[in-house]
Ligand binder design. Structure first.
Ligand SMILES: *Cc1c(COP(=O)(O)O)cnc(C)c1O
Length: 400
């Protein structure tokens, strides 16, 4: 889709962000140019045009997850959605004597840091370990839920290892216990079918730039029946039914809507294609090299994710030795110091094994030829590093 010169690496970091689909950009363009009105202006056609675009997009987002339009709140991204869901629900339910939240050690920072903030406000937070596969232990989750539990937050798909949590089972458990169920679905929406009714999800976070939509927009699904109440994070004009004050960005909302339409139409076929590519990549690498292991459950994972540990190899050095590939180490969104991934550590990997891992994220625009190039580059770089033929380059930060 985009021009790639010798210097532009092959993009295989689709968990950090996905490229904007050209069809999404096309849908956005009118709202970046002619339809510049404020969607909250009710007195003229400029406002009406903008609000029509926003409302059509709201219906498109809702449709993809089996929700109603009025259950969708637009936000700036999944981080904001996580914050609004977790802090919003917990702070509201505190008035009803609920003072406890439950989440997993492998959650995104948007969830973990929101929970940590609640802890500083006097909430009790249970951060549950996961199985070596990366999956939740349902019995443990069940035992963690008690009288004063307000909320359970479990992500749909992990951004590092791609494992898919058993959402319907968690949803059933939460509904039985009268606990609000939030799921960060930034890596799941548009990749696997999500149905908030069947899965009994009460709050669901969505990110535009993880589904081939634009950066800077996301959504939070907020269940109406039975109604989930939230305390807003922002005070202001009361937009988004009082849950998210601030002027909406119509172009971004329309982009997210279009991305959801495309995902709904193409998801099944795309997942099949990506699964074949991922198998080709994994089989190719494993045939060429010894001492390679897969991180995360081999079956319960999204098609585009491959997270591999290379025995005796430093992941950062490996990435630096493959300048033609844009991939990342397990550690995401961390500061300058390269810490071993907390997600991989939570699976029980040693620091060394966690540091020897890289994440390869295939996506909508990945080709078979690119996969074959990647197999060759990974095999050559790992072999060279194991022989001590490559000097360790200075480590660069990772993102996503
Ligand atoms: C990327 C990501 C986020 C953050 O999304 P933004 O829209 O960038 O704020 C949250 N959770 C998960 C699982 C993610 O992959």
């Amino acid at each position: 889709m985009q021009e790639r010169s010798e210097e532009t690496p092959i993009y295989m970091d689709n968990h950090a962000t996905t490229p904007l689909d050209p069809r999404v950009l096309e849908a956005m363009m009118p709202y970046l140019t002619g339809h510049f009105g404020n969607p909250h202006s009710v007195h003229h056609a400029y406002g009406w045009k903008a609000v029509a675009g926003v409302e059509a997009a709201r219906a498109e987002v809702a449709e993809l997850i089996g929700a109603e339009s009025r259950e969708i709140v637009f936000t700036s991204g999944a981080t904001e959605s996580d914050n609004l869901a977790i802090k919003g629900a917990a702070r509201f339910l505190r008035r009803k004597g609920k003072n406890h939240v439950v989440t997993l050690a492998t959650e995104h920072k948007g969830v973990l840091e929101s929970c940590r903030r609640l802890e500083s406000e006097g909430f009790r937070v249970s951060i549950l370990p996961v199985e070596p596969s990366g999956l939740v232990n349902l019995q443990r989750l069940n035992e963690a839920i008690c009288e004063d539990t307000a909320l359970v937050s479990v992500m749909a798909v992990n951004s590092e290892i791609g494992v898919i949590q058993p959402l319907a089972e968690i949803g059933a458990l939460c509904r039985e216990s009268g606990v609000v169920f939030h799921s960060d679905a930034a890596q799941a929406v548009g990749k696997i079918p999500i149905d908030v009714e069947a899965m009994k999800i009460d709050l669901l976070s969505i990110s535009g730039h993880k589904v081939y939509g634009p950066m800077g927009v996301g959504a939070l699904y907020v269940r109406r029946r039975p109604r989930v109440r939230l305390e807003p994070l922002f005070d202001g004009g009361g937009q988004e039914r009082g849950l998210r004050s601030g002027t909406l960005a119509p172009a971004l909302c329309v982009g997210l809507g279009k991305a959801c339409v495309l995902a709904g139409r193409e998801m099944a076929e795309e997942a099949e294609r990506l699964l074949a590519l991922r198998r080709r990549l994994q089989d190719g690498i494993m045939a060429a090299l010894e001492g390679v292991s897969l991180n995360g459950d081999p079956d319960q994972r999204v098609a585009g994710n491959l997270n591999l540990a290379f025995e005796g190899v430093d992941g950062e050095a490996l990435i630096n030795a493959m300048p033609k590939l844009a991939v990342s180490s397990g550690s995401a969104c961390s500061s300058a110091a390269v810490e071993p991934s907390y997600v991989l550590r939570a699976l029980g990997l040693s620091d060394e094994a966690a540091r020897s891992s890289i994440r390869i994220g295939l996506g909508r625009f990945t080709t078979e030829a690119e996969v074959d190039t990647a197999v060759g580059d990974v095999a050559a770089a790992v072999t060279a590093l194991r022989r001590g033929e490559v000097a360790e380059a200075p480590a660069l930060g990772a993102a996503g």
